[in-house]
Design a protein around this ligand. Structure first.
Ligand code: PGA
Length: 259
């Protein structure tokens, strides 16, 4: 673990129901302890955020959303949810540019940058997701693709915006597939991302949390989080299972799970 405070974020995606979500939050809150050396973050679907924020009161667990509108001002944007609304219901973080948004809903680098900017405009901390597909990795284009995705933010907004942001490296081929990047593969890309940013601002790069995502599980979290440039995880499937997620969290926090 590096010198940065790790984040273990649960990305619930489009899963859950009201009662089951409450049970999950309550059980996680009971098991998280004081948090130790890491932050736990939950990103439920939009409709459960308001309730989740109440369930999370007096716990050290933070709340985030999975997406937001690129528009900041209210208006005629049917189906969209603004950053201001997310702040209203207690969100601190918001995921932007998740590969499912990029591939299933056609979000471009430009839209991702607009969402990143919209988040910061209202004081949310964006978690910028980047990552290559299997074809891109096999074609030797991992560095090019990840650099392009990070540079989209760097070139438009400058490195300074990363002082109030988090990056998540999520190789698309590892998401929901059970196929995790090896700690070496992940560390290599995390170091590349940090170097790219350090070329513009070494201090900001040194303080930036870079999370790994893609089939993080209880069984592989510890060796991933032990690497120098891996500052926690963005966890999908395993975040829906209390004991898995708590084990992953405790691998980052260095604390023993509560009995
Ligand atoms: P997974 O998803 O842990 O289920 O692979 C990670 C993510 O998409 O954020």
């Amino acid at each position: 673990m590096g010198k940065r405070t790790a984040i273990v974020a649960g990305n619930w995606k489009m899963n859950g129901a009201l009662g089951a979500s409450r049970d999950l939050v309550v059980e996680l809150a009971a098991g998280v302890g004081t948090g130790g050396g890491a932050e736990m973050l939950l990103c439920p679907p939009f409709v459960y955020l308001d309730a989740a924020s109440r369930w999370l009161e007096s716990t050290p667990i933070a709340l985030g959303a999975q997406n937001l509108a690129s528009e900041v001002d209210p208006g005629a944007y049917t189906g969209e949810v603004s950053g201001t609304m997310l702040r209203d219901v207690g969100c601190v973080y918001v995921v932007v540019g998740h590969s499912e948004r990029r591939t299933l809903y056609g979000e471009s680098d430009e839209q991702v940058v607009a969402k990143f900017r919209a988040a910061q405009t209202v004081g949310l901390v964006p978690i910028l997701c980047v990552g290559e597909t299997l074809a891109e990795r096999e074609g030797g284009r991992t560095e090019t693709v990840v650099s392009r995705q990070v540079n989209a933010v760097l070139e438009t907004l400058g490195a300074s915006v990363l002082a109030a942001a988090v990056v998540a490296y999520e190789p698309v081929w590892a998401i929901g597939t059970g196929r995790t990047a090896t700690p070496d593969q992940a560390q290599e890309v995390h170091a590349l991302i940090r170097a790219l940013i350090a070329a513009q601002d070494a201090t900001i790069a040194g303080g930036l949390r870079i999370l790994y995502g893609g089939s993080v599980k209880a069984g592989n979290a510890e060796e991933l989080f032990a690497r120098d440039d891996i500052d926690g995880g963005l966890v999908g499937g395993a975040s829906l299972d209390v004991s898995e997620f708590l084990t992953i969290f405790h691998a980052a926090s260095g604390q023993e799970p509560a009995p």
